[in-house]
Design a protein around this ligand. Structure first.
Ligand code: FMN
Length: 435
């Protein structure tokens, strides 16, 4: 049984929760005080989740048809809270669960980022993760003094140097630099706090950091690039990886590929945990879940708009200029999420845009059914793929959906011994690697 164990993560967007179904009127108005997410992360921790990941982007997208109408209509990408400060609040309300915040190597200066995440590692007592993104939107670049983003692979090159700089900063205090020697009158030993004197192609940072490293030394490194360049970056740097390959074969191939790349970089592949995105539809019975799924699929126009917003925001492709009754034209490319775009095209399978987009969920495999049925499928998938876990994506979030997962599905997974029963270690990284 233990061999099958896997991990659970939650894709958290700090946006307005479900606000149209009439069940969440108060949260739709008060979510931005953060308490909605505090309740959610507590539920996750109790149910056996390993982490909550907080996604982010740095713009109000207005690519689809040249206006922000759809984006704001659906409150998909804005308004949205900055995840970095929210980590503190979520950590203070919990004891064990890992909390991953997204931050971009294209826009943060490395010193500020290293300091912010070292601080978070302290205040979370070793439970913070950093989702390293290179960002994918010119609209974000335009908020930071650039007209356009650096080109896709160049962003990864900058990110590599960014990792080098932050890595050096997190090591700029030797482990025994804090002595608290009352007799000699020394709190910290200045000979063990060292400048890093980094001068590279993209960054010049003197160091040392003005905060000592937290319990983990450096945050858990999370990554989600899926292009060949992105996979190499993840294989070289990441402790955990988020991905959405299509179907069981795609999932297995993806994980095997990442593990092979990790070996190429001289790493133990077991140090990288791969999480597949799923969006389970749960009912008390299989029939109830099927009915919910059909209701979702029937909301074609809304689903279509959601996907168009998603494409526009993450790939900056304006689908309004294409005929929705034809497939995605062959010559469309993106400087945004390239790997994701390739997977999306694969999932569209040459079908017309409207038809494919309106029936689409962002997920690696379909999970529709009662807790027993969904647990069966998850168990089978992990047996086949080899590990390491799933990340649940529910957009927009809601208390009722959370409850289906934490009080319906998780107890079933737990009864089978498939998810963690508790946390045996102090830090997020140790718990992640525990099995
Ligand atoms: C599950 C998942 C979550 C992601 N979350 C974010 C995010 O919060 N912010 C962001 O800018 N990019 C996010 N990305 C995008 C990735 O970081 C990456 O930029 C994207 O997959 C493109 O990389 P590629 O061109 O190497 O495929 C996410 C991707 C996936 C698959």
């Amino acid at each position: 049984m233990a061999a099958n164990r896997f991990r659970l993560g939650w894709f958290g967007n700090l946006t307005a929760p479900q606000w149209r179904d009439g069940w969440s009127d108060r949260d739709a108005r008060t979510w931005s005080d953060g308490r909605f997410y505090v309740d959610m992360v507590r539920d996750m921790e109790r149910a056996g989740f390993d982490f909550m990941m907080l996604e982010d982007s740095l713009m109000v997208p207005d690519i689809y048809a040249g206006t922000a109408e759809l984006e704001l209509k659906h409150a998909f990408y804005a308004p949205k809270l900055d995840p970095v400060p929210v980590v503190s609040m979520l950590a203070y309300a919990t004891e064990h669960i890992g909390i991953v915040a997204t931050a971009s190597t294209t826009f943060y200066p490395p010193y500020l980022l290293a300091r912010a995440f070292a601080t978070l590692d302290h205040v979370t007592r070793g439970r913070v993760g950093w989702n390293v993104v290179t960002s994918s939107e010119d609209r974000a670049a335009q908020n930071f003094g650039m007209d356009v983003l650096p080109e896709h692979d160049a962003r990864y090159e900058i990110a590599e140097e960014f990792m080098e700089v932050t890595g050096k900063l997190w090591q700029s205090w030797e482990p025994d630099a804090i002595v608290i020697d009352r007799e000699r009158g020394y709190f910290a030993d200045h000979t063990k706090v060292n400048p890093i004197d980094h001068r590279g192609k993209h960054f010049a940072v003197r160091g040392p950091m003005n905060v000592h490293p937290g319990p983990q030394g450096k945050p858990v490194i999370c990554q989600a690039g899926s292009s060949p360049r992105g996979r190499d970056f993840a294989a070289a740097n990441a402790d955990m990886l988020l991905c959405i390959p299509n179907g069981l074969e795609g999932m297995k191939a993806y994980r095997d590929d990442i593990r092979a790349r990790a070996e190429k970089f001289g790493r133990d592949p077991d140090e990288i945990k791969v999480f597949f995105v799923v969006a389970p539809v749960i009912g008390r019975t299989d029939e109830e879940a099927q009915a919910k799924n059909e209701a979702f699929l029937a909301a074609e126009q809304e689903n279509f708009e959601h996907q168009m917003v998603h494409f526009a925001a993450t790939m900056e492709i304006d689908f309004s200029v294409f005929d929705p009754d034809l497939p995605i034209p062959d010559d469309v490319t993106t400087n945004g999420h390239q790997g994701q775009f390739a997977l999306w095209k694969e999932a569209f399978g040459g079908r017309p845009i409207r038809e494919a987009a309106s029936k689409m969920r962002v997920q690696s495999m379909e999970l529709v059914g009662s807790p027993v049925t969904v647990a069966d499928k998850m168990e089978e998938a992990m047996d086949y793929v080899g590990g390491d876990g799933f990340m649940f994506l529910s957009q927009p979030p809601s208390r009722s959906y959370t409850a289906l997962i934490t009080e319906g599905l998780c107890p079933e997974l737990s009864r089978r011994g498939l998810i963690r029963q508790g946390f045996s270690h102090r830090t997020f990284r140790e718990n992640l690697r525990a099995f």
